[in-house]
Design a protein around this ligand. Structure first.
Ligand SMILES: O=C(O)c1ccccc1NCC(=O)[C@H](O)[C@H](O)COP(=O)(O)O
Length: 277
């Protein structure tokens, strides 16, 4: 639990505090050596990055399996992770993102495992990674890619975790929200995939201008390094997708606006304008 004597500055502090306790408990139940032994029988890794690059004519969709969030509370009461994931797949998503945090997002590694066994698309484990142990948990549950959030990791941690992720054959989506964070991650070796989060996690405001502004300043550098950029959060319409595509992103990560629709498959088609083809 958060320490009331030093209240968290914002939600990420609270999440990280909780993660530390959660990881300590998980390590008691599932030691790292046990997970390492399980790697040989883990589902084969699918190439997350290649799947995002397949269709150059429009931004590829990473559709998120998301029941709840700190900013929105419960997004969908009748939440069925497999029904949502398979609807995303039928609708034309390139990849999926599965939230595994329980306390703040009502996600789980069980959801990641069950989604893995029902869809062919590459999966991102959407977790708050602060310890390499969690990367092994993600891989053994069937993840093909893992999120690293620059705001909660030092430069050294980012580089070390990136190595672990690549050694396990997976991709890393490295998330930034500010130019300072983007400049930090651009110094990493073997960086391939950057996510620009349009949500300010201090006050939860959403601004697609975040993607535009960061790309206006670093697009050339990102391009010359061959880095694929994903715009994350607050994307609702195909016009929103066009806006961030014009700014230079190759893919978008969308959760709430799809999850809350009664016909999720049709919502994906409309977002990608496949209903007009
Ligand atoms: O969504 C939140 O409220 C949130 C709070 C604290 C940390 C992270 C949070 N969101 C994670 C995400 O990046 C989004 O789930 C993802 O980009 C999809 O966003 P959306 O389409 O707006 O659901």
């Amino acid at each position: 639990m958060p320490n009331p004597a030093s209240p968290p500055r914002y939600i990420l502090d609270e999440i990280v505090l909780h993660k530390k306790q959660e990881i300590a408990q998980m390590q008691k139940e599932l030691p790292l050596t046990f997970l390492q032994n399980q790697l040989t029988t883990a589902p084969t890794v699918r190439n997350f990055l290649t799947a995002l690059q397949e269709n150059p004519s429009q931004p590829s969709l990473i559709a998120e399996v998301k029941k709840a969030s700190p900013s929105r509370g419960i997004i969908r009461e009748d939440f069925d992770a497999v029904a949502i994931a398979t609807a995303y797949e039928r609708g034309g998503a390139a990849c999926l993102s599965v939230l595994t945090d329980q306390k703040f997002f009502q996600g789980s590694f069980a959801n990641l495992r069950t989604v893995r066994s029902h869809v062919e698309l590459p999966l991102l484990c959407k977790e708050f990674i602060i310890d390499p142990y969690q990367i092994y948990v993600a891989r053994t549950a069937g993840a093909d890619a893992v999120l690293l959030i620059a705001a909660i990791l030092s430069d050294e941690e980012l580089q070390a975790f990136l190595h672990v992720i690549h050694d396990l054959g997976m991709n890393a989506l490295v998330e930034v929200h500010t130019l300072i964070e983007l400049d930090r991650v651009l110094k990493l070796e073997n960086l391939r995939l950057v996510g620009i989060n349009n949500r300010n996690l201090e006050n939860f405001t959403l601004d697609l201008g975040t993607t535009k502004q960061l790309l206006a300043q670093r697009q050339q550098q990102l391009q010359s390094l061959g880095i694929t950029v994903v715009s994350e959060s607050g994307l609702y319409t195909s016009a929103d997708l066009s806006l961030v595509a014009e700014a230079g992103v190759r893919a978008v990560l969308v959760g709430e606006s799809l999850v809350k629709q009664s016909d999720v498959e049709q919502a994906v088609r409309s977002l990608l304008r496949h209903d007009l083809l």
